[in-house]
Write a protein that binds this ligand. Structure first.
Ligand code: UGA
Length: 440
């Protein structure tokens, strides 16, 4: 589709920016991707993505080979030739829970005088409702349009999600600008939904907040199942057969985490309040999630005889979900930090975290941090531990030599917060496996 070939600038080479840049290049566009991190830009120019994301390195390598993809230092170097500029800079959670727009505003200020007439500036970063309007105001260019085109990429399947999207949402004031953004995705065969700015912005938050709320609901049902002697697997299967509900995103766990769901739920709550409204349901979903992490700690406490001081606990999994090496806002780390604060000695293994301790825990007091050690095998994590806790659903945990683990553990308690293990195999090995949402 040479006809639709565009010049694209992507500002920010993080997870979203890099995936967007590499995928748009693979669709035939000429993409210049900018970042403020010199070392990152140098690495990317040599094809080193530094991100664990299936298919991404290959797309970056292809883009470099065909010269459809270039990496440059600073947004100013990418802006002057662009038909469309994607802003993919971080929007972290500020101290008050609202999204911090410093990086977005800095990028807009940097490029505003450099943009060619007729181009479109697109917010792809997750930004609160009102940001497109604010971007237009900051740009202050009647000849440059602003659009909101939120991403719906999951970590670990971001390339797949980009190239096979369920939908493409484009919020714009000017239909011509929406057309130019839509043209970039020509050929993907996904429904393109054209909306206003605010609707596109809210769609992104509403989707993540809905998913988070759904999980908090499932986790509460799981707890009810335990009390009632029911099995959450059977219950969610039965629910999922209802086409209005659907089967995905119904797995119980130690609570939802990662760089998106926690941040976005808080930000949406703040937006609702800032606009003079309330969102008690979302508040409850967030509180339920915090409680879910507490429940895991309590379950482990019970398994090790009531107190953590001086007790060794083995942990399997540190990342916020399987298939990623990301530990940001990981329930596993939250649970570990809480037990460490009570004096437990944690020995953790994660197939994607080679050690030492992930930076995300660097906020923990040094004494607590010293009580968490990362080891190279699941067996080393189990060795001498009073209990073993599965916190991430890595499928390989299922295939461990559970007889060997039974010989290494001091106790016999295995707590599976993801229902990833085969309880009958553990039973045969002489271990007691406590899952979630199942009778004990
Ligand atoms: C999420 C959304 O799924 C993406 O659509 C969105 O684009 C992205 O955030 C974003 O805003 O950038 P991601 O954070 O990669 O993607 O992870 P998810 O796969 O959604 O998982 C989020 C959390 O929910 C994880 O902690 C996961 O373990 C948990 N989860 C997920 C469950 O506990 N049960 C499930 O059935 C599914």
């Amino acid at each position: 589709t040479e006809v639709f070939e565009s010049n694209v600038a992507v500002v920010g080479a993080g997870h979203v920016g890099l995936t967007t840049a590499a995928c748009l290049a693979s669709l035939g566009h000429r993409v210049v991707c900018a970042d403020v991190d010199v070392a990152k830009v140098d690495g990317l120019a040599r094809g080193q993505t530094g991100i664990r994301e299936p298919g991404l390195s290959e797309l970056v390598a292809d883009g470099l080979t065909t010269s459809r993809l270039k990496f440059v230092f600073g947004a100013a170097a990418a802006a002057p030739t662009a038909d469309v500029v994607f802003l993919c800079v971080p929007t972290p959670m500020g101290t008050d829970g609202a999204a911090d727009l410093t990086a977005v505003e800095a990028a807009v200020r940097e490029i505003r005088g450099l943009l060619p007439s007729g181009c479109v500036v697109v917010n792809k970063s997750t930004v609160p409702v009102g940001t497109a309007a604010r971007t237009a105001e900051l740009l202050d260019r009647a000849d440059v349009a602003v659009a909101s085109n939120p991403e719906f990429l999951r970590e670990g399947s971001a390339v797949e999600d980009f190239l096979n999207p369920d939908r493409i949402v484009i919020g714009a004031r000017d239909p011509g600008a929406a057309d130019r953004v839509a043209a970039l995705y020509e050929g993907l065969g996904a429904p393109v939904l054209r909306t206003g700015w605010a609707s596109a912005e809210i769609t992104k938050y509403a989707s993540n907040a809905y998913l988070a709320t759904r999980l908090s609901f499932v986790n509460s049902i799981a707890e009810l199942c335990e009390r009632a002697g029911a099995d959450i697997g059977d219950v969610t299967l039965g629910m999922g057969h209802d086409r209005r509900i659907g089967t995905s995103f119904l797995r119980p766990g130690p609570g939802w985490g990662g760089p998106c769901l926690p941040k976005d739920t808080h930000a949406l709550l703040r937006s609702a309040e800032a606009l003079g409204g309330e969102f008690p349901l979302l508040r409850a979903a967030i509180d339920t999630n915090a409680r879910q992490r507490d429940l895991v700690v309590e379950r482990v406490r019970e398994a090790v005889g009531g107190r953590f001081a001086g007790v060794r606990v083995g942990l399997l999994g540190l990342t916020f979900k399987a298939g990623t090496d990301d530990v940001r806002d990981s329930p596993a780390l939250a649970v570990a930090a809480r037990m460490a604060a009570e004096g437990a000695e944690l020995v953790a293994h994660d197939p994607a975290v080679p050690g030492p301790l992930p930076g995300a825990l660097s906020d923990a007091p040094p004494g607590d941090r010293d009580r968490i050690r990362v080891v190279e095998t699941a067996y080393a994590a189990a060795d001498g531990a009073a209990a073993l806790v599965v916190l991430t659903e890595w499928p390989e945990f299922r295939d461990l030599d559970w007889k060997r683990i039974a010989g290494l553990l001091l106790g016999e308690s295995v707590i599976d917060t993801r229902n990833v293990l085969d309880a009958s195999v553990l039973d045969e090995a002489g271990l007691s496996c406590r899952g979630v949402g199942r009778p004990a």
